[in-house]
Ligand binder design. Sequence first.
Ligand SMILES: Cc1cc2nc3c(=O)[nH]c(=O)nc-3n(C[C@H](O)[C@H](O)[C@H](O)COP(=O)(O)OP(=O)(O)OC[C@H]3O[C@@H](n4cnc5c(N)ncnc54)[C@H](O)[C@@H]3O)c2cc1C
Ligand code: SF4
Ligand code: FES
Length: 1159
Amino acid sequence: MASETEPQPVMTPGVEPSSGESHSPPASLPNDGIWDRKGKNVSNSDWNDAEANKLPEKVKELDKKGELPKDTERKRVVVVGLGMVGIAFIEKLMKYDVKRREYDVIVIGEEPHLAYNRVGLTSFFQHREVENLYLNPKEWYSSMPEGSLNYHLNTMVTEINPQDKVVKTSSGQSVPYDILVLATGSDAVLPRHTPGHDAKGVFVYRTIDDLQKLIEFSSTRKGTTGAVVGGGLLGLEAAHAMMDLEDFAQVKLIERNRWVLSRQLDGDAGGMVVEQVRALGLDVMLSKRVGKILTTDDNSVKGVVFEDGDEMECACICFAIGIKARDELARKAGIKCADRGGGIVVAPDLATSAPDIYAIGECASWENQTFGLIAPGVEMADVLAFNLTQAKAHSPRKFKRPDLSTKLKLLGVEVASFGDFFADRDGPKEMPGRQRAEKKEGINGTRDKVKSLTDGPAPPPVKALTYKDPFQQVYKKYIFTMDGKYLLGGMMIGDTKDYVKLVPMVKNQKQLEVPPSEFIVGAQKGDDDGDDLDDDTQICSCHNVSKGDVVTSVKDGTCKSIGDVKSCTKAGTGCGGCMPLVQTIFNKTMSSMGQEVKNHLCPHFEHSRADLWNIVYVKGLKEFADVMKECGTDPNSTGCEACKPTIASIISSLFNKHLLDKERRGLQETNDRFLANIQRNGTFSVIPRVSGGEITPEKLIIIGMVAKKYNLYTKITGGQRIDMFGARKQDLPAIWQELIDGGMESGHAYAKSLRTVKSCVGTTWCRFGIGDSVGMAVRLEERYKSIRSPHKIKGGVSGCVRECAEAQNKDFGLIATEKGFNIFVGGNGGAKPRHSELLAKDVPPDDVVPILDRYLAFYIRTADKLQRTARWMENLPGGIKYLQEVILEDKLGISGELEKQMEQLVGSFFCEWTEVLKDPAKKAWFNQFANTDETINDTIEPTKEREQERPSYWPKDSVTEDFRGTKWTELSWQPLVKAEEFKDAPTGDSRAIKRGDTQLAVFKVKGKWYCTQQMCPHKRAFVLSDGLIGDDIANNKLWVSCPYHKRNYELGGENAGRCANDESVNIATFPVEARDDGWVYVKLPSVEELDGVLGTEKFKIKKSETTDPFEALDRKLEAMKMKGRKGIAASHLEGGLGQRGKAAMILAGGERGAGGLDW
Ligand SMILES: Cc1cc2nc3c(=O)[nH]c(=O)nc-3n(C[C@H](O)[C@H](O)[C@H](O)COP(=O)(O)OP(=O)(O)OC[C@H]3O[C@@H](n4cnc5c(N)ncnc54)[C@H](O)[C@@H]3O)c2cc1C
Ligand code: SF4
Ligand code: FES
């Protein structure tokens, strides 16, 4: 850490950049001279890290919110060289560090300018404005948090003292460092052994200064010949620039090889380029080496003599024969440099041989190579910045073999080479997948060595597919493995449009899905949106429905919804595989008729869920009744089982109110109403939260104790939790109490909200792990838990590409990469599974949360009712691309708002179970009956299986008894329950009542009372009082919807008891009224008669009623003498205690067999 007494850096006086006003490029930049993917006509700022461009706003915002850490202990990073890589490093460090503020940066640059776009240097010929090349405007530097970035320009670092951790500068200053980063780049090579190399008129092509001098000189030599030595990328670019200067009568390019661009192209391709550039007016001289530069008396260039004795006149020579890493500073300080080729030797983490000194960019030598391209340098910058800031939550990154693919447009000629483009000449550098083994047997293998003695060297184990069109001047060579299954690399001239598609194929090393020939001749376009289908094309093979059938049914008005299409044509009602196509055809036909495809919530709201979200949000409506008044079809309606939970979810996801507040309890589905999952027998399951699947032994013991105490069946879930089944409603608060007491919480296994974030073990334990998947999963689950959404959400984090957490099957999933995490979204999909899509690549750990915040908030806002992220993504116009624009590029300008929304939700978290324990009124909801503390348990007889109890299976058939038509002998008014047990909620209220052995459900809706049997005859489930109440005011209907399978029973009127959606079942209803004595009276038959018809015991599902589905299989296994089912609970050891004895012993304090719990 730099101490406070040490000299503080100052900006070198008088050498500030002349201007930093603008960093946008001039409108007239030429569209040629491109060396790679990034066109040189792109804005300079496009070379920057995209997020670094936005840093000033971010810093401002953080500052405004007071979130910029001010008093942290900061380390000093000194960067030598303010070139393209130096600035890339600074940008990335600033970006990663902005919220932590661990580092202050001082950069010292030899050139008099701020970091500029060397790649776009040639454009200087046109605009001659240095500021136009600035990668960041001057203000960018000053907008960084105070003290975090200082620069010295026109200052050379002359010495490094690694012992004292100080550098000395040409202006006499000593600057101490904690970390030193050398980004000194390269020098252009001048052939100092060639006589005349120091003459007037000899130039190189590297810096703004070089260009300024060349421009000035050439204006004094109008009409002469200009020469460029070197036919590589830079030479062609320099030659082009000199032609454009229009000072020279002609420009000659001198190349020692037989073709140009020999480092990128083979003879055929290079020859084709020569032909084309010659046609454009450049005089290319091949196989020529400059032996001597001829000079005049005043030492000005007048010509050259070639090694073959030829002579040529010229007044100006620009050398573009290569670059040499600037390692002199490091060498002087004793830092290890490469003997051959030069460069500061770096390890994969970019560390040099001296402690705390790193080297990046063209000056660094990695595996004996230096790189003269910007991309590897930027990657080095990223690796180093990442490791300095992110390596706490992620394993450190390493610099790997860079991709040297190049795409260029030189003098109007399109040229590209990608991947291992000389694999056919030099042999493949690497072989993909299983082919690696085969490679050994190829040119390098022993067998071939022997063979080569007789047959000569074996050809490289690759095959090249070549296409040459001399008319269009197009050449393509793609190199494949011998079996044609992998693309290794290639080159193209004239037509490079496939470059973007092919480069990732090479990088990913994925097996090809099409034969190699398709890369040249192309494939037929497939059809997937139905547009090109003829009307008689069969689209549903299960029911032989043609496209025309669907279109006609919509056009003639028969079908107005997709449901109509299904019931009318039967399309999609078989295997369902054709549904996406049917839906597309339906949507397209509707819109061709100018009709909107409606996605209204239900008859109570002529709005989609997304519209309602906006209405509720903008108008700040916090209660269901207010929403209904504001935009319901009937302002006085109670709503129904479709709109109530949806609006409850919207209100929760906006205002985060407790679900069981009086006004909202009646909106919740049964699970939400009891904050647990209702099961077949009317009991509940409790799934304690186990964030990221990580759990301590103590918590495991607590779960075991709770399960034991309440006789709960336990099972490990697919989401890495432990599910405890069979909890009675009335026991739920006590169970929560035990869990919360032990520092746990009951989890959301019920709500439409985040369930779990599954994790693999990642760097915590796994030998392959590169990211801390557990740590990330725990953080994400803790962040998003309890937030209500249109459907349930699941997450996953895998520590590497092996994907053990199956993160790509989740609503959001992270897979650790070398650089951070790839974020996938829109997976899962329930009944129709869907693989997720890549939203963002290589996101550093620090940036994962903002991206997920935006994504989830956007989904919550815009999804349809009960629409999973998978379907939502499928329906987003523009799909993942659009989502990327919204989430990553902020196309709609709402990302700040989305983050804020999520922040508010996260910030307002409360433990909903604790709130129940604290509030006696809420706790009272959990009594089984409103009129007595007596209970009725086990409405399904338990079956013991594998040492645990579960409810016996449901019988297949419903009870079809006509309860509605029961002829009671005599009915009389009975006071059953206190009226005060019912709340006057606009959504209605209901409770279960016990009378004798019969269970009844009493409802109070808008001051009116209703009473029905509690049992739904469909599955003999005693649950109706927990159902949602719905109404249709226009038709005077009121119903309760069974919480299990949504059979809707009318509560009043002449059809009271009728099931609206299943004719085979109906229920008994009874007259009911509240009287002045405070009691609710129900007109009922005698206890005996009622029990005789509706008694619980009578309908209890018995074990004997159901058949064991494994009976036949078990017999077979027995016959085969398979012992797999035995010995599960017993010990295989002699005198072993078995599971019960052992557990009792452990809990009793470790003494074998001693007392302990009574298991
Ligand atoms: C005309 C031209 C076109 C190019 N086009 C492309 C292209 O299309 N695609 C591509 O990938 N690459 C291209 N390149 C290469 C690319 O510009 C370089 O790879 C990149 O600039 C390297 O960045 P760097 O920071 O390592 O070095 P530089 O950008 O050279 O920066 C190093 C800086 O350090 C300074 N320095 C050195 N020693 C000291 C010291 N002791 N004290 C203080 N300062 C010091 C130097 O003055 C320099 O400013 C092109 C290069 C040129 C010249
Ligand atoms: S995904 Fe599998 S292999 Fe990779 S880190 Fe996780 S557990 Fe290890
Ligand atoms: S039990 Fe199935 S609808 Fe009620």
